[in-house]
Design a protein around this ligand. Structure first.
Ligand SMILES: Nc1ncnc2c1ncn2[C@@H]1O[C@H](COP(=O)(O)OP(=O)(O)O)[C@@H](O)[C@H]1O
Ligand SMILES: [Mg+2]
Length: 314
C-alpha cells in the first residue's frame, strides 16, 4: 500500500488530531484533510483549539464558538478556553437559579466565579467541550478534525480524562463516606452528577484510545528542532496509548533548481529527510511540497488536499 492510500484510510476514522510545533503547517494540513474528507462525502467538522485561531484565515470566513457551514459537507468551529469557561459558568448559575434564597444565591455565585478564575479552569472548560465533540454528541458530523495548539498543550489535554477520572473517583468516594451511601446511589443529586461525569469521561477515553475511532497526525518540517519535537511527541502519545496515524513532512523544497541558494537548502533538507525516514521508519510518512505561495483560500487548499489524499483514494 502506498503512503497516500494510508491518508485516504484515515478519513474513515471519527476523530483526527493534527499536532506539531508552531508554524509547521498544522492548520494548513488539518484544513486540507478536512476538505478532502468533505469531498469524499463525509460530513466534517474542522475544530480549531489553538488560541491563535487561523482556520478563519484560511477559509476567509468568520468562524466562532458554534459550527458554521464553510462549504458543502464542511463546518468550522473555533473553541477557546476563556469563552467555554464563561459559558460553563453562565450555565451552572442558570441551573441553580431560583433554587435558593437571595442570600445563598449571592454566596453561591461568588463561589462559582471564584472556581472559574482558578488556574487551569479555562483549560478544563476547553477540554470539556472537546470531550463532548469526541464522544460524538453532535450527530451532524461523521468526522471531527482537530487543528490543535502546539504539541505540549494538546498532549496535556489527552491525559486529562485519566487525571479527571481519578479526581472524580476520589470526590465520589468522599461523598459516599460522608452520606453513608453506595457507589450506585440514585438519590443523591451530587452522586448522580459525579457518576454521569465519570461515564462521560470513560467514553471519551475509550474513543480517544481506540485506533478504530481516533488517530493523531504529527506535522513537521525537515529541520532539526521539529524532528526532535516529533520524536518526543511520538513517545508521549505512545505512553498515553493514543495511536499515531502518521507523519506529514511539510514544505519540502523542489528537487531541482538552478538557484544555488535553493540547491544548498535542498541538500541540507535531504539530510533531514533521510534522518526522518530512518528514525520514523515504522510510521506512515507523507511528504508535502512547499507551494509557491502561502495557503490561503479554497483554491490553494484544494491543491494541497489533492496532494494529501489524491482523488479516488478515500
Ligand atoms: N506546503 C506549504 N506550502 C506553502 N506554504 C505553506 C505550506 N504549509 C504551510 N504553509 C504556510 O506556512 C504558514 C504556517 O502554516 P500553519 O498551517 O498556519 O502552521 P501551524 O498551524 O502549524 O502554526 C502559513 O502561512 C501557511 O500558509
Ligand atoms: Mg495553526
Amino acid at each position: 500500500m502506498t503512503q497516500m492510500t494510508q491518508m485516504g484510510r484515515l478519513l474513515e476514522k471519527k476523530v483526527l488530531f493534527f499536532g506539531g510545533k508552531g508554524g509547521v503547517g498544522k492548520t494548513t494540513c488539518a484544513s486540507a484533510t478536512a476538505l478532502a474528507a468533505s469531498h469524499a462525502g463525509k460530513r466534517v467538522l474542522l475544530v480549531s483549539t489553538d488560541p491563535a485561531h487561523s482556520t478563519s484565515d484560511i477559509f476567509e470566513r468568520e468562524i466562532g464558538p458554534e459550527p458554521v457551514e464553510l462549504l458543502p459537507n464542511l463546518w468550522g468551529l473555533e473553541i477557546d478556553g476563556a469563552i467555554e469557561s464563561k459559558r460553563y459558568v453562565a450555565n451552572v448559575k442558570q441551573q441553580i437559579q431560583g433554587l435558593f434564597g437571595d442570600h445563598i444565591m449571592k454566596e453561591a455565585n461568588k463561589q462559582i466565579d471564584l472556581a472559574a478564575s482558578m488556574p487551569g479552569a479555562e483549560e478544563m472548560a476547553l477540554f470539556d467541550r472537546m470531550g463532548g465533540l469526541i464522544r460524538g454528541e453532535d450527530t451532524r458530523f461523521d468526522l471531527i478534525v482537530f487543528d490543535t495548539a502546539p504539541t505540549g498543550h494538546t498532549l496535556r489535554l489527552i491525559r486529562m480524562p485519566e487525571l479527571m477520572e481519578a479526581w472524580i473517583r476520589a470526590l465520589s468516594r468522599s461523598r459516599q463516606a460522608m452520606l453513608g451511601i453506595e457507589q450506585d446511589d440514585k438519590t443523591d443529586p451530587v452522586m448522580i452528577s459525579l457518576t454521569g461525569r465519570l461515564e462521560g469521561l470513560r467514553e471519551f477515553r475509550a474513543r480517544l484510545l481506540s485506533p478504530r475511532v481516533s488517530a493523531f497526525l504529527l506535522v513537521l518540517v525537515a529541520e532539526r528542532l521539529p524532528i526532535e519535537e516529533t520524536a518526543r511527541a511520538i513517545e508521549q502519545l505512545d505512553e498515553a496509548g493514543v495511536s499515531l496515524g502518521g507523519l506529514i513532512v511539510n514544505r519540502i523544497l523542489p528537487e531541482s533548481s538552478p538557484d544555488p541558494f535553493l540547491q544548498s537548502r535542498h541538500a541540507q533538507e535531504v539530510v533531514y529527510l533521510n534522518e526522518i525516514d530512518r528514525r520514523f521508519a515504522k510510521h506512515t510518512r507523507v511528504r508535502v511540497p512547499q507551494l509557491p505561495s502561502d495557503v490561503h483560500g479554497i483554491k490553494t487548499l484544494q491543491t494541497l488536499a489533492e496532494i494529501l489524499v489524491p482523488n479516488g483514494d478515500a
